[in-house]
Each structure stands twice: as C-alpha cells, then as structure tokens.
Write a protein that binds this ligand. Structure first.
Ligand SMILES: Nc1ncnc2c1ncn2[C@@H]1O[C@H](COP(=O)(O)OP(=O)(O)O)[C@@H](O)[C@H]1O
Ligand SMILES: [Mg+2]
Length: 248
C-alpha cells in the first residue's frame, strides 16, 4: 500500500509531533488485545481498514455496560453480542482478510439535530510558497442511523461550518474560538505532513469536535476530492481550491 493511503503510518507520523499528539485519538493495529485495551479504556472504539476510503468498513464497537454486552454498529445496522470475544469473532469474520485494520478511540462528536458531524478542511499552499492556508471548510453531518459522515455512504448532509456550529450542540460556544482552534490544528498538521511528503501542496483533513468543543484529527487525506465544495451553492471555496491546485 502506498504511504499516502496508509492511515496507520500517517497516524504514527503525526503522533510523534508533540503539538499534534493530544489531538489524535489513540490508535493501534487491530488485534484482540488492542481492541480489549482501547475498549476498556474508552468504552467505545472504531475499527477501520488502514487503506480504506469513503467510510467503507468502519465499525463502531461499544461496551454497553454491566451485563449488557457489546454493540457493533456498521452502516445503519446494529448488532448485540454478550461478550467482547463474540464481538471480536464477528469482526474477524466480516472484515476482509486482504485488508489490515486499525482500532481507534471513538470520539463522541458534537451533533447537529442529534446527528454527529465532522468537518472536511482543505489546506493548501501555492507553488514555491511555504505558507499553508485554509482554502475550504465544510461540515459533513452523518445520515440518520450512521456513524460515518461520508456523504455518499451515509446519505448525510453538507453545511457551511458556521451554520452547522450555530445549529449544533456547541451553539453556546464562541464560533470564532472554535474555528480558530480548527485553524491552528490543521495548519500544524500540514506543516508536520510536509516532512513526510515534501513537495505535496494539498491536504483534506477530517476534523471533529467532541462534545466539549475540543478538536480531534480523524484523518489526513493527500488526494481530497473537491466534490463537496462543488456541491455548495456558493462556489467561492471551490474556485479558491481550484486556483491553488492549478497554479504553477
Ligand atoms: N475515531 C473516530 N471517532 C469518531 N468518528 C470517526 C472516527 N473515525 C472515523 N469516524 C467517522 O468515520 C468517517 C470515515 O472515517 P475516516 O477515518 O475518515 O476514513 P475514510 O473516510 O477514509 O473511509 C469519518 O469521517 C468520521 O465520520
Ligand atoms: Mg475520511
């Protein structure tokens, strides 16, 4: 697998940066011991393919507490298991054997009308320029019953970040403070990734807020599609992203 598509190696590289580490949900390669460790620690995790895309094969595993066992949530389906061993066997049998998976702390994301959302933030620099800029940001609200916010897979909804925040569970917090936090974390992320991918000029970052408004980096894409921005009525961000992409 290409390094640019390898979520595990990109995660490990970001985690070595002390200013990013606290914004990364703890992640390990998938195995029974790692699943057990993270679920005992955080109560809920995601299991997802290291080379995945578009929200494919993203499982949520939750400890329901006490005698209630464990719940596995995939797409818009939920399944209950009486023990972690049973949940693990189910995952083992359903995840494709040709793909490697990782297990990651699940972030309890802030919600818009009860549905979790995260954001796609585009960070770019112009040819021969060293300063990174946020050129686009959009909120992706998961479709009803889904955990992934990928619009195609979950039948989710796109919103401008400002509008989403206004209607979200974070509406009582300062929008300026929240957006400044995103800005700081994504610019640091781009600078860090630059060491691994010198010459690369665009990142599409999946960023989530938790219920307290703390910023989490879900993943860093090297080849983000502009389709989200093309779908917005206002084409300003779409045009800015294209202008950065095509400048020589
Ligand atoms: N650790 C996590 N906590 C909360 N939600 C997550 C987590 N990991 C993934 N998700 C949800 O699943 C979506 C897809 O996961 P992601 O890591 O972006 O893989 P990809 O988009 O390449 O399939 C994310 O955009 C987010 O909505
Ligand atoms: Mg993603």
């Amino acid at each position: 697998m290409k390094l640019s598509k390898n979520k595990w190696l990109k995660y490990k590289f970001m985690e070595e940066s002390s200013s990013l580490a606290s914004h990364l949900p703890r992640t390990q390669q998938f195995s029974y011991p790692s699943l057990q460790e993270l679920i005992n620690k955080y109560g809920q995790v995601v299991v997802k393919p290291i080379g995945g895309s578009r929200g494919r094969g993203v499982y949520q595993v939750r400890n329901l507490g006490g005698e209630h066992g464990y719940e596995v949530h995939i797409e818009n389906k939920k399944l209950d298991f009486s023990s972690l061993d049973d949940a693990y066997s189910y995952l083992k049998n359903h995840i494709s054997s040709s793909h490697n998976y990782m297990v990651q702390r699940l972030i309890s994301r802030a919600t818009v009308h009860g549905r979790p959302f995260d954001m796609r933030i585009i960070v770019q620099r112009r040819h021969h320029h060293t300063t990174w800029k946020v050129t686009g940001k959009v909120a992706k609200i998961a479709g009803k019953g889904y955990i992934v916010s990928n619009i195609g897979r979950s039948h989710g909804k796109l919103m401008l970040v400002r509008s989403a925040l206004k209607e979200s569970s974070l509406r009582h917090k300062s929008k300026t403070k929240l957006t400044n936090r995103i800005e700081r974390v994504v610019l640091r992320t781009a600078k860090r990734m630059e060491l691994l991918f010198p010459g690369h000029r665009i990142y599409g970052l999946d960023i989530g807020f938790d219920q307290d408004g703390y910023v989490w980096i879900i993943e860093a894409n090297l080849f983000p599609s502009s389709s989200h921005f093309k779908m917005l009525k206002d084409k300003k961000m779409y045009r800015r992203i294209s202008s950065y992409k095509h400048d020589h």
